[in-house]
Write a protein that binds this ligand. Structure first.
Ligand code: SF4
Length: 407
């Protein structure tokens, strides 16, 4: 018989969760009304781009020229666009490729293979992205919202609530800027410096925000990222959309015919704990989220990832590994794999790393039950490491920063 260990409960540290009238953690789905970011080429469908040219009295092929400069050469510098007539060039670029992201702060690891950038949007909202070089691939973690309305008790991003949805072009701009950094030789490993053929190969929607709460813009961004003729032309398989479990949106995503990789941030297999850990679980329960994830596999044939941050004495019990395996196996085999995510040790916090033996036992139970399981390489992740830490600590400085828009 499995003996039950200590059960640590989720709790916020140093801040208080906003609650609704019934005292439950507040969930914010609608984006507050704020000034919209300027419309950009990446917000438009290829057809709308042609219409935009027509309205400006320009030949249709100018749209293609702008697409090539921005999505292939990663530039919005009019001086480099010598195939456009010099007269009216600046105005055209300003109209269709307006500046969207201002770099406020950059943190780079010693080896230079990880770059975290804090960006300011046109209205002062702050978001971040993280660029990481791994052997054989370059991954960018992007934000999809400024702030987040999902109110997870461990997450710095959730504290301030949702500032606003990002536009499709603001999401795409993070990728364009990352590709530019790589082209300019800014991402570590000297033997690759200035290697023009290198690009971001993988994108994970695991930065600020819940991507499925900003559904239409995220889908438009993915269309641009994967469009080989009119966009960046990445493989959809290299793009991971991660959600805390917005069930209707997962179902919608499975109908889109874009074979992105789908990841469910589960973190607990039982509603009792998950209700506290992931407040949106009060809306859609573990079984509903898993059913939707299985449906995603059935419709797309793409194997689903279950993300599971291992938190000491909170969710790392062997019985939870068994319960998770049981729930996954009851829905079929070969449709899912689990990524346990080790955390950094944070002494004194309830959000701290599992003991190595406990982690190993958790993984063993999953593997013995036939569940493919891979510990994720996280480069020493705090639980909210990819979720707004920079913003929380740098917001004041950033507000004071007077950095000109440079892109
Ligand atoms: S963990 Fe993700 S979904 Fe939860 S509040 Fe943070 S950004 Fe939002």
């Amino acid at each position: 018989m499995t003996t039950r260990r200590l059960q640590v409960q989720p709790k916020t540290e140093g801040w208080t969760q906003k609650t609704d009238a019934e005292g439950r953690p507040l969930l914010q789905f609608a984006s507050p009304k704020r000034g919209k970011p300027p419309t950009h080429l990446a917000d438009l469908t290829p057809e709308d781009r042609l219409n935009a040219m027509k309205e400006l009295g320009l030949p249709a092929f100018r749209a293609k020229q702008l697409e090539t400069h921005y999505f292939q050469h990663f530039t919005r510098d009019p001086a480099s666009m010598t195939d456009l007539p010099s007269e009216g060039r600046e105005e055209l670029v300003h109209k269709l490729l307006p500046p969207l992201l201002t770099e406020v702060k950059r943190i780079q690891t010693d080896r230079g293979d990880t770059i975290k950038v804090l960006w300011k949007l046109h209205d002062g909202a702050l978001v971040e992205s993280v660029l990481m070089r791994y052997p054989g691939r370059i991954t960018l973690c992007v934000s999809s919202q400024a702030g987040c309305g999902m109110n997870c008790p461990f997450c710095a991003t959730g504290q301030a609530g949702l500032t606003r949805n990002m536009s499709a072009a603001e999401i795409v701009a993070q990728v364009v800027r990352a590709n530019r950094m790589i082209m300019d030789g800014e991402l570590g490993d000297p033997k690759h410096l200035g290697h023009e053929a290198e690009r971001v190969s993988n994108i994970v929607f695991m930065g600020m925000g819940e991507p499925l709460a900003n559904y239409n813009r995220v889908i438009q961004a993915i269309r641009v990222l994967t469009d080989k003729k009119h966009g960046i032309g990445m493989s959809a398989r290299g793009i991971t959309v991660s959600t805390v479990g917005l069930v209707p949106a997962i179902k919608k995503l499975s109908e889109e015919s874009i074979p992105v990789t789908f990841a469910l941030s589960l973190h607990a297999p039982d509603d009792e704990l998950r209700d506290r850990l992931i407040p949106v679980n009060s809306r859609w329960k573990v079984d509903e989220a898993l059913d939707a994830a299985k449906e995603y596999f059935d419709k797309t044939g793409r194997r689903v990832s279950i993300e599971y941050a291992l938190i000491k004495d909170m969710n790392d019990h062997a019985w939870r590994a068994e319960l998770l395996a049981e729930k996954l196996n009851s829905r079929g085999h070969g449709w899912v794999h689990v990524n346990p995510i080790p955390l950094n040790p944070t002494p004194g916090s309830v959000w701290t790393a599992s003991e190595p033996g406990v982690q190993a036992e958790f993984v063993n139970r999953l593997v013995s039950a036939g569940i493919p399981t891979t510990i994720r390489d996280t480069r020493g992740k705090d639980i909210d490491g990819a979720c707004g830490q920079l913003v929380a600590t740098e917001a004041d400085q950033a507000q004071a920063a007077k950095i000109p828009i440079d892109f």
